[in-house]
Design a protein around this ligand. Sequence first.
Ligand code: NAI
Length: 340
Amino acid sequence: LGNVLWSVAPKLVRYTSSTRDAGSFTRKVAVLGASGGIGQPLSLLLKLSPLISDLSLYDIQHTKGVGADLSHIETRAKVKAYVGQEQLADALKGMELVLIPAGVPRKPGMTRDDLFNTNATIVADLVSSCAKNCPRALIAIIANPVNSTVPIAAEIMKHHGVYDEKKVIGVTTLDVVRAATFVAEAKGLDPTRVFVPVIGGHSGNTIIPLLSQLSPPVSFSKQELDSLTKRIQNAGTEVVEAKAGTGSATLSMAHAAARFTFSVLEALGGKEGVVECGYILSKETEFKYFATPLSFTRNGVERSHGIGKLSEYETKLMEEAKSELNSNIKKGEEFAKAYL
Ligand code: NAI
């Protein structure tokens, strides 16, 4: 797995490019929750990209201002702002990629699952509208708890008869970004040249970094494994506590979602060898939904690279993830059943 993935590092995100023929693979992208802590910086990063022709900003509040502001930037992407539920359908028509960072973030002391009651309905409503207005778009879900919101989205698309398992993906890129940063810090490496596959889910001990499959290969003591694994699993909480009640990761998440978006858009445009981790309906393990490194093509996810050969340490992490991940998935599916 490590060798395959070496091709994806270095993974510097290029926001602008003078050499790309932007006309040949520009794309229509929507951000739902565009006025939020993630939505605003994410929309800014997307506006800077030559890969995007049309940027559709939707939120239940403040999108007119965000849209007017971004529309003054001298890049090609045309920005349109939509506010309130009656404008949601128009925001989605013709979209090829829909990013969903809508929903409440954590406060200190909260788990991602504590967000379920509010965010499950928000995601279900937004995905229902995607099913009706842009059924072929790739849907990238950022709203937490991702472990449950992705099964909800899948069930809703299924209900409308438009589910394509290659196109409903939970964004776990921030876990990969953090893992590379922390490993590089600990080992004195260039973070842009480090790739750590992160598998599993996106909450606490369901986040499983595969440090044995690192590119470039590096060895760790048991103590280093413990402290790096814990830090990667709890990195979101590190930010929630530092922000002391004002929110969770927004800037690093905006970067992670932009990185994911650009990778997907390049693949939709025909680039080969595009790999990013993502949480998706999966046959790789006993878990129905699971994050693995994924290859993307013109049609979305082409294939999963699987989990590779796990170390004894990582096998134990899989065991520890079991009950939480399974119950998060079940909770999402049960919610969808009651919602539909
Ligand atoms: P925020 O509260 O700053 O922004 C959320 C935005 O969603 C607000 O502008 C709000 O008006 C909007 N919104 C609420 N209901 C909506 C609806 N029905 N339709 C459209 N927009 C709606 O929150 P923030 O910090 O941007 O976080 C958003 C979500 O992303 C949270 O659920 C958070 O837990 C999650 N998150 C996920 C990460 C990941 O790695 N996947 C990392 C960090 C956060």
